[in-house]
Each structure stands twice: as C-alpha cells, then as structure tokens.
Design a protein around this ligand. Structure first.
Ligand SMILES: [Zn+2]
Ligand SMILES: [Zn+2]
Length: 169
C-alpha cells in the first residue's frame, strides 16, 4: 500500500460507507464543481476567532464521519468534513493558538487551544487535509454526500437520515 492509498483509507472504509442514493441527488449536487461553488476561495475560523484560515482550491468529498476518533475529538456523534489539498491552505494564527494531536499513525488533528474548536485533520504525507465543514464561513456550500463508519455511531443517532434530501426534513 503506498502513502496515498493509506491516506485515502484513513477516513474511508468502503465496507462501512453509505453512498448517497440517486434519489437524494439535488440539482446543486449534479452541477460541475466549478459551477456549484462559483469560486475557489473558502474561509473559516474557530469559535474565538483567534484562528482564521483560507483554502484556495476546489473542495473534495464532503461527508460525515461517525468513527470513534471523530466522536471523542468533537464530542459529537458525527463530524462533517470536507477535503482540500494542503498546498491550498493558508493559516492566520497570530497568537499561536493552533495545537496538533497525533491521532493516528498517518495523521494529526488540529484544534484551537483557546476556544477548543475542532478544526482540521492533516495527513502526514503533506497531500490532503480535512476541515470541519461548520467552521467554514459558508457551510451551506458543502453538503455531505456520504456517511463513513456508521457502525461506530451511537445506536440512537439517526445516521441513515442525515444525508442530503433528508436532513432537516
Ligand atoms: Zn479559537
Ligand atoms: Zn472519523
């Protein structure tokens, strides 16, 4: 297994991923990415605002993850993630608040040491990173398309009902 495959497998176990059923596709999901997002500029921040960040790239693979690492890290039953290349990332952290925790053999998780916001999962190979969709300024643009590691979700958590088309209905 080469490094890129390892990185891919960190979040995605295909046997436990629920793909978006065709009936859940909305018009916006069917548009080419460039048209859907309109730009390649996405900004975000932590709760206290001490950490601000930008990505200058098209995003990839918006999804929920219910793995136990995501649960412990966030305190929530699932985390909504979207991926960007690390080269497209720009950080503003004048108070040096960002902290990283080695959460797996191939990646680190990053958070704000002042307000506790769960921000990034950063692959050690330098290629990809994931950002929590709800720390982005326009979370509506990144509608999750799949759910990973559903077997780890608490039994009371309705992971089958959180895909696009059902969320909020
Ligand atoms: Zn903060
Ligand atoms: Zn996870």
């Amino acid at each position: 297994m080469d490094e890129s495959q390892k990185a891919e497998n960190f979040f995605l176990d295909s046997s436990e991923t629920t793909n978006l059923p065709k009936s859940h596709n909305t018009d916006i999901m069917n548009q080419p990415k460039a048209k859907r997002f309109g730009s390649k500029h996405f900004s975000g921040r932590c709760l206290c605002g001490g950490i601000q960040f930008e990505f200058s790239s098209q995003p990839d693979w918006p999804h929920y993850c219910c793995c136990d690492d995501c649960q412990k890290w966030s305190g929530a039953p699932t985390v909504a993630w979207v991926d960007f290349p690390q080269v497209a990332f720009k950080l503003s952290d004048p108070q040096n608040l960002l902290r990283k925790f080695k959460s797996s053999p191939i990646a680190q998780r990053a958070f704000c040491s002042q307000c506790g916001s769960s921000l990034f999962a950063i692959d050690d190979d330098g290629k990809n990173m994931s950002v929590t969709i709800t720390t982005l300024d326009r979370p509506n643009l990144h509608c999750p398309e799949s759910v990973s590691y559903t077997s780890f979700a608490p039994k009371w958590f309705p992971h089958k009902k959180i895909l696009p088309g059902e969320a909020g209905s």
